[in-house]
Design a protein around this ligand. Structure first.
Ligand code: DGY
Length: 323
């Protein structure tokens, strides 16, 4: 029997590439160069499965081909707002993602960012590497205590819950949650958390606000100047969700005028470009979208794609089918 043809759009962990190659007629991207929109269009007409990732924009144009050969877009990553879901559905193309396996590592990174910005770790490292450290003194690089403070979590899915676990059990933080749907009371109770009905209600109560909601049009610029204004003047904003959730111009303004204590970002509106206004803010920590960047998570993400693909081509329902 001929094996399904599969295109992997970027380099993946070597062990997963090998497994894929053992099961499928695979085209790997050894140069790791991102595909162009035309190449995506061509791929949709040529391969049985395309395995994109979160930085591959697969819009309506790429999918609107006269005869799609692709039956499944098995995405490497949990977010899939880079894919035009409606157009994929019109073409009868299934979409899967890779939830669960990156939740712990992404929450670990959100904690990293929260601690870095509160304790001025970025400032300290820059000073030290620049050879400007002139020794311990009682007033040097004074930050903000994290333990025991109040953390607002926006989006209480798997990653939001992992964040609550770390903050509550590790740092004795008080947890407040905003989530579109009602969170089960027993789940809230596990983390000693309280759910509020609106973001407006959450923001003024928190010392730290961490975003864990999906991106896409629905949540675009959810954190805007009006909502930044609602935060305490010494509170910190953490974003490991999606860049578009925060209005970066409004955030830069809030940081420049010390309207909030600081912010820490792992994701940006126009990755890999960073708004030059943000780069000027000292009370901001920035990382280059590292949320799931551990050996363990990246390998597990690849294996999860493989599971989805195997199920699909064996005629079973893939566990992570999102469309
Ligand atoms: C995702 O999976 O959506 C992340 O942003 C990358 O791990």
């Amino acid at each position: 029997m001929t094996k399904p043809t599969v295109l992997v759009t970027r380099r993946w962990p070597a062990a997963v590439e090998q497994k894929l190659a053992a099961h499928y007629d695979v085209e790997l991207n050894r140069s790791d160069r991102p595909l162009t929109p035309d190449e995506f269009r061509e791929a949709i007409q040529r391969y049985d499965a395309v395995l994109p990732t979160v930085t591959d924009k697969i819009g309506a144009q790429a999918l609107d081909v006269p005869k799609a050969q692709t039956k499944i877009l098995a995405n490497y990553g949990v977010g899939y707002t880079h894919i035009d879901v409606e157009q994929a559905k019109t073409q009868g193309i299934a979409i899967t993602n890779t939830p669960d396996v990156l939740s712990e590592c992404t929450a670990d990174l959100a904690m990293t960012l929260m601690l870095m910005v509160a304790r001025r770790a970025g400032d300290g490292e820059r000073e030290l590497r620049a050879g400007q450290w002139d020794g311990w003194r009682p007033t040097h690089l004074i930050g903000t205590k994290v333990s025991g403070k109040t953390l607002g979590i926006v989006g209480f899915g798997r990653i939001g819950q992992e964040m609550a676990k770390r903050a509550h059990f590790g740092f004795g933080m008080n947890i407040i949650v905003f989530n579109r749907s009602a969170v089960r009371p027993d789940l809230l109770a596990t983390y000693g958390a309280t759910q509020v009905a609106t973001i407006e209600e959450l923001l003024p109560l928190c010392d730290f606000v961490s975003l864990h909601c999906p991106g896409g049009a629905e949540n675009a610029k959810m954190i805007n100047s009006r909502r930044l204004d609602l935060m305490k003047p010494d509170a910190f904003l953490i974003n490991t969700a999606r860049g578009e959730v925060v209005d970066e111009a409004a955030l830069a303004q809030a940081l420049m005028f010390d309207m909030i204590g600081g912010a820490a970002l792992d994701v940006f509106e126009r990755e890999p470009s960073v708004n030059p206004m943000l780069s000027q803010c000292d009370n901001l920590v920035m990382l280059p979208h590292l949320g799931s960047a551990t050996r363990e998570a990246r390998q597990a993400m690849g294996l999860r794609v493989l599971d989805n693909l195997n199920d699909f081509f064996e005629g079973k329902a893939p566990r992570d089918r999102v469309a």
